[in-house]
Write a protein that binds this ligand. Sequence first.
Ligand code: 13P
Length: 238
Amino acid sequence: MGNWKMHGNLSANAVLLADLRAGAAHAGACDVAVCVPFPYLAQARAVLEGGAVSWGAQDLSAHAQGAFTGEVAAGMLNDFACRWVLTGHSERRAMHAEGDQLVADKAAAALAAGITPVVCIGETLAEQEAGQTHAVIARQLAPVLALGAQAVARVVLAYEPVWAIGTGRTATPEQAQSVHAAIRSSLHDLGVPGVRVLYGGSVKASNAASLFAMPDIDGALVGGASLVADEFLRIAAA
Ligand code: 13P
């Protein structure tokens, strides 16, 4: 899954989306998706519909409608046939003060509209250095797991250590696997071991295969490398 973040414009997107649509036909059996800025959802749909690449948004409101200036509701994402929506990306947690409960509420709002939330979790560098990685992950996951097995079975999780995002400093496959194994164990305890858990943080074509070789890494949430069609498609192929 690509996360374009706040990048793109109509003309650049047209080329990137067309290249993805053409290339993904050969990407193999995995799901390939892009999460684009809200204004480009219509464009993503127009180019991608009927092909192998699905699309979604990068955030949504926890509310269904109302006086929430600047917010976008799940029902509005449905109007653009979004299959996915990110919730709780670390940039939203850090820059928009999104807390663990709000992130879970947003995931519930997406589920209620039939959209799959991709719930992002991950520790900061300071938390990692303080040995708090597993505690932070458990704290972030708690309100999501509290939605119950039926809901969580329809969620995708993305582990994105904040210190690996946009830094070129990827977690080693073993580092990522150790956190993914802990997440898997929580999912197992809830009775939903098959939930997909993506890794994110400086994933590139050159490191994707070694990450995907880990037993509990089911895919990737890709930032910068998702803006280059060939690079992103090579990750999908891996
Ligand atoms: P980069 O792949 O650019 O490190 O970004 C990761 C990310 O935040 C995806 O959501």
